[in-house]
Design a protein around this ligand. Structure first.
Ligand code: PMP
Length: 393
């Protein structure tokens, strides 16, 4: 009876079979290649303790008081410096602190989308972005990807028949595919935005976790050069490079959007957590983050290699994949017809879990795919995990 009392947008949300299975990943002895979370040993305990103690002695009242919806000013200032180094050159006034980039996506969706509006995503894409767009009752359309990210010409074809409101991209070391959009495609997608008037959401949680010397321009930077920066919304987060429990992310929004989006933020939570904003501002002022990021690159790079080498050796005849060049994920695909969702209960019985690729598709899932995360697994367990996968075939 209560089903009828649910809002349509909530009743249409589907429970995830994968989530249910992954609950078992906490069982003793199970190695999880499932979660996409940072390695806790990389949390900068010393730096964070210092920042917290400074806040307790110096900013106690502000830390426990209500704050501004736009965010804590010194934090906006240091985030604008972080952004500048990434090629997102904007004043602190254009930076809005959010409770993680997940909230950034939600705020943007609620500010911009009417039910039925077309949102284009990569196939596959970040699962929780799909949930945000589903809750906004958007008409979600997927465009295929290859090793260089979204097939932008496929998007160009879609634009000839469809009015697209927004394109959501994780252009650098994406989740789940680990793919990076080539420079040429970056320029092209921004040019298409200018021509057709759609908005781009550039979601960039992993760009700093780069195992290579290559640097890509942000879509925001391309748009600035092309004179359409008012069509790109950039969001990023400290979740992957500092600590996700802080829940500190941010949005870079053009002026036409920011005024309304801030009201949406107010309606949601008034403002992000004062305490963690101020702790983060203190932490950033210690200038320890660059060193942390350097450590992290090395740490994840090594793990990505261990996993890739083990997979090549033990499962190379069965699956194909590209070696991760950054981020936390290895995306693999069986060389033959295979259902990775069905396979999960078997691998679980052998003590290893992963995320079946199906979870990351809005439609027409490729059941041969799977996402393997190497971020929190010890080197030895990465090898054991692959042996267990091989045994499950
Ligand atoms: N976008 C992508 C692509 C992600 O992978 C994640 C975290 N898994 C988020 C956004 C949300 O991160 P947070 O809210 O912790 O900043």
């Amino acid at each position: 009876m209560h089903d009828q009392q649910l809002a349509t947008r909530a009743s249409e949300l589907k429970p995830s079979a994968v989530r249910e299975l992954l609950k078992h990943s906490k069982l003793p002895g199970v190695i999880s290649l499932g979660g996409g979370i940072p390695a806790p040993e990389l949390f900068d305990r010393e730096g964070l303790e210092l920042a917290v103690s400074q806040v307790m002695s110096g900013n106690f009242n502000d830390a426990f008081q209500y704050g501004l919806s736009e965010g804590y000013s010194p934090l906006r200032q240091s985030v604008s410096e972080l952004c500048r180094l990434r090629g997102v050159n904007c004043p602190a006034e254009e930076i809005y602190i959010t409770s993680g980039s997940q909230q950034s996506l939600d705020i943007v969706a609620r500010t911009l989308l009417d039910p039925g509006d077309v949102v284009v995503v990569e196939r596959p894409t970040y699962l929780a972005a799909l949930q945000v767009f589903q809750l906004a009752q958007a008409n979600i359309q997927s465009v295929d990807t290859d090793d260089d990210g979204m097939l932008v010409e496929q998007l160009a074809d879609l634009l000839t028949t469809t009015k697209v409101k927004m394109v959501y991209l994780v252009p650098t070391f994406g989740n789940p595919g680990g793919k990076t959009l080539s420079e040429e495609r970056r320029a092209r997608v921004v040019a298409l935005a200018k021509e057709h008037g759609f908005i781009i959401i550039e979601d960039d949680p992993y760009g700093e976790i780069n195992f290579t010397e290559t640097r890509w321009k942000t879509l925001y930077q391309h748009a600035k050069e092309l004179g359409c920066a008012d069509q790109v919304i950039y969001t990023s987060t400290l979740s992957k490079i500092l600590a996700p429990g802080l829940r500190i992310g941010w949005l870079v929004m053009p002026e036409w959007l920011a005024g309304k989006a801030i009201i949406v933020k107010q309606a949601t939570d008034l403002h992000s957590n004062s305490m963690t904003q101020i702790v983060t501002a203190q932490y950033l002022a210690l200038n320890r983050l660059p060193q942390q990021i350097a450590l992290m690159r090395e740490f994840y790079h090594k793990k990505g290699e261990i996993l890739a080498n083990a997979l090549r050796e033990k499962l190379g005849d069965h699956i194909e994949f590209s070696q991760p060049k950054g981020g936390m994920f290895l995306w693999a695909r069986f060389r033959y017809e295979f259902d990775t969702t069905a396979w999960l209960s078997k691998t679980l019985a052998n003590g290893v879990v992963y995320v079946p690729g199906e979870a990351f598709y809005n439609d027409a899932p490729d059941k041969r795919t799977l996402r393997l995360s190497y971020s929190t697994v010890s080197d030895a367990d990465l090898v054991t995990a692959v042996e267990r996968l091989a045994k499950s075939l």
